[in-house]
Design a binder for this molecule. Sequence first.
Ligand code: F6P
Length: 358
Amino acid sequence: MLRIGMLTSGGDCQALNAAMRGVVKCVLNNADEPVEIYGFEDGYKGLIYSRFRMLTGLDFSGILTRGGTILGTSRVPFKTIHDPDENGLDRVAAMKQNYYKLQLDCLVMLGGNGSTKTANLLSQEGLNVITLPKTIDNDLWGTDMTFGFQSAVDIATKAIDQIHTTASSHGRVFIVEIMGHKVGWLPLNAGMAGGADIILLPEIPFDIDKVIDKIEERDRNGSRFTIIVAAEGAISKKDAALSKKEYKEKLANYKYPSVSYEIADKIAKKTGREVRVTVPGHVQRGGEPCPYDRVFASRLGAEAGRLILKKEYGFMVGYKNREMVKVPLDEVAGKLKKLDPNADIIKEARMLGISFGD
Ligand code: F6P
């Protein structure tokens, strides 16, 4: 008997179901022994509190195109994982106990950065763990691509496209704030796909006067509008120069809902232009996976299934230089894959006339 535990952790994204379906299909089609699947509910919480459902192949039928996760998810921050819960329960010990009680052969975890740190901890504690790289942010180290990213690029691009028409009608400056947490992969790609004039990224701190220079250059050239894509983690040069303590103090007294509103306020005050902000938010994580993600997540799932059948554990399945790879969890955990400000794509964007406000 092969007993597989599975959970989805952290913020959801498209193709979580497709990836789980990939794992299960691969294992069921290729195992030479009976297989039991234990689906833990709401991420690590399900493993901590022993909340799970026994699943069969049928549960994974028809979910290739379904958004969200059939298991539910939650955030259990890694930095608090060693803190006992409100009843004094040692959560790491509880996860181990439940894993052994169910006599699991392995745990498959679909998650992003924080969740992978916890997976690595469990692996170091002796559990057999395989992870799959999930996140719209594409910020997981050890893989060129995460599933969910391309679907989110599609949605964010669509949002920018929609803004384009109304911005041009009114001759306004529009800021579209795109998710991505502390990295710029999603805003950069959606911004380029959506024809943004200015893209503000966490990795390239901006100068508001340079942003305004670009808007005025467009005015002079007869463009009636300007589209700015601001990453939710965009930061000005001024703020980037603050110490951690000073920046925290700034945020404690912050009067804006997010950085885009601060940028809009500054542009409006300095130029007298009409500026509007659009924040697509969690729409970017919702709905069905795009075809690329369906294929990609299915492939990752199949590779994870292959590792399980070979009993090779302690890896994240990733994608490097157009090949599926297995990356040791302790190499992945705790590292962020940021954009390189000197990457070709940034240079090419600059050559296309896109300003990064720097
Ligand atoms: O990590 C995915 C992500 O959507 C980020 O882009 C965003 O910063 C964050 O999650 C939002 O988190 P929550 O769903 O907890 O509001």
